[in-house]
Design a protein around this ligand. Sequence first.
Ligand code: CP
Ligand code: NVA
Length: 298
Amino acid sequence: MKHLLTIEHLTAAEIGGLIDSAAALKAERGAHATQPLAGQTWAMIFTKSSTRTRVSFEVGIRELGGSPMFLSGNDIQLGRGEPIIDTARVLGRMVHGAIIRTFAQQDVEDFAKMSGIPTINALTDDEHPCQILADLLTVREKLGGWEGKRIAFVGDGFSNMTISWMWAAKHLGFDLAVACPGDYSPDAQFIARLNAPNITITPDPAEAVEGAHVINTDVWLSMGQEGQAEKEAAFGPYQVNGELLKAAATGHIVLHCLPAYRGKEITEEVLEAHAGSIFQQAENRLHAQKAVLAALAR
Ligand code: CP
Ligand code: NVA
């Protein structure tokens, strides 16, 4: 693995290896035998807001011996129109790796190609691979693994989170049921490319949650979609609430990548009842990303 740009292009073995490594790094936090990023500087280019991703990468890089350099998209020339391919060729000569949060997936792909340094996708409009690795670690910790489990995703069916979950399900083979409004479901071209019989898409949230061991949700309006009232209005029936969860399997967990909007995609009551798994999921960002950093360090 040279970069982490998508879940789509990982193998099941690579995903499993990263989760094993994340669990080991979590267990030995504060006492790592090696410092794989010693002497290295990793740039973090963010053109969207972040709490968890930014903090977990900054802490994780330091804990592995390296130095993070946070570069807000607005503060560097990228924000004034310098092309990503030029930014990539400059940074590639100065830093040892890059972590990018932005809009277009193509920008992350171009940066990886042109910089020549390990590049990590810290969220684009198309994928959020770091989040899925943390989510899978949480599922393994809470439920012993994803084998034979039914996982439901209720919300935007064609967002970065659902797309990454769909590729994870394709690679790992667990049942994934996505409940979303018809206008916000994956398009036919994507479904054909995915070609995964273990993934179902339904407009009915109750059908998706029936017997589910894990119920996931995410914001209805992703970053960059603020103010899209028509889109938001379509999601009213897709709230994860106590009534919906009655159909879930006994011992189910609820996950939310956060930030959460109480009273919209999830109720206050459900969020607080499942805060144990949701904030463990947030913590696992640190451990999962340290596994990625260690795997990519050269
Ligand atoms: N889940 C997640 O990526 O959170 P941030 O936007 O706070 O980084
Ligand atoms: N789908 C959300 C995820 C936030 C972590 C967004 O892109 O805003």
